[in-house]
Design a protein around this ligand. Sequence first.
Ligand code: ATP
Ligand code: MG
Length: 330
Amino acid sequence: MAPLPHAAGGGARMSAAIEVRGLAKRYRDVVALAGVDLTVPQGTVHGLLGHNGAGKTTLVDVLATRARPSAGTARVAGLDVVRQARHVRRRIGLTGQYASIDEQLGGRDNLVLLARLLGARRAEARARADELLQLFGLTASATRPARTYSGGMRRRLDLAAALVNGPRVILLDEPTTGLDPAGRLDLWRIVRALVQDGAAVLLTTQYLDEADRLSDTITVLSRGRVVAGGTPAELKHRVGRRSATVRFAAAADLEAAGRALRRGGFRPAPAGERRAVTVPVERAGELAALVRVLDDAGLEPDELLVADPTLDEVYLALMSDPAATPEAVR
Ligand SMILES: Nc1ncnc2c1ncn2[C@@H]1O[C@H](COP(=O)(O)OP(=O)(O)OP(=O)(O)O)[C@@H](O)[C@H]1O
Ligand SMILES: [Mg+2]
């Protein structure tokens, strides 16, 4: 991908793309954010996870200067979101409200118009529009009215519109909700390209596999607080467990294996599939010991699979573990 032109750098080059400290946001009696800290370096993707109502959109809204924090600070591209809101808005790419798409205009005209509004010359605006249409696979539908676009095409045009100003900080609130699998993959490809090019992306998602594949770092919010953070690998390591799934052809073997494993000091649990158990194998040598236990019992599994925890497991553990409830963390 050709490098995108960027908004003017200013004096903020040395600071993180997003820097949030003690951020709180209260809507009357609802505490949407209750003291959030977050740092996103330039050139990285940060995934924001959390249950419905955890405060993800509120955080995006504060960063986008759409909501005013009740306490704490937030800086985007080195600029304060309250005191320098106008400058912040010029530096960010934001899907949704900001990028107003004219339904009657085609994708190209929409993008050209936006680029012109942002101060580009005619030829520059056209070039920018064509580059974005290409990037988002909208070239073939560039001239038909946006109102005829499918949901996925709309979403891509919306994101393209958010990138017209070549933002260094891009805020995406559930960007792939409603996209088909190909559309999701396309969006991931685009996000990676943007980040490779030096942009920082903050992305909220309900898809844990998406956060896992795309994010350099992740923050998990619960009830307005940070309950976990780190790289996907760190999160899995901290909360989840490496486990072996052992499958047998016969149900009787499965029962015998359960008994033998418990005798051997293992803690087998029903796996999510037929005739299989899952056994945590965290320490070195535990896997070999497991195989020995089964062998000694004369049991030969049909299949033995060792896997690291998925982010789903980490997330579910975080949400169900009372030790990880917001109060206990900070
Ligand atoms: N404008 C508002 N006025 C009053 N309460 C609000 C407002 N916006 C958000 N809230 C409340 O703040 C809390 C956090 O909402 P937010 O939209 O940030 O959650 P979220 O993590 O984005 O959830 P979801 O996954 O459903 O999108 C919720 O309790 C919500 O009802
Ligand atoms: Mg939301």
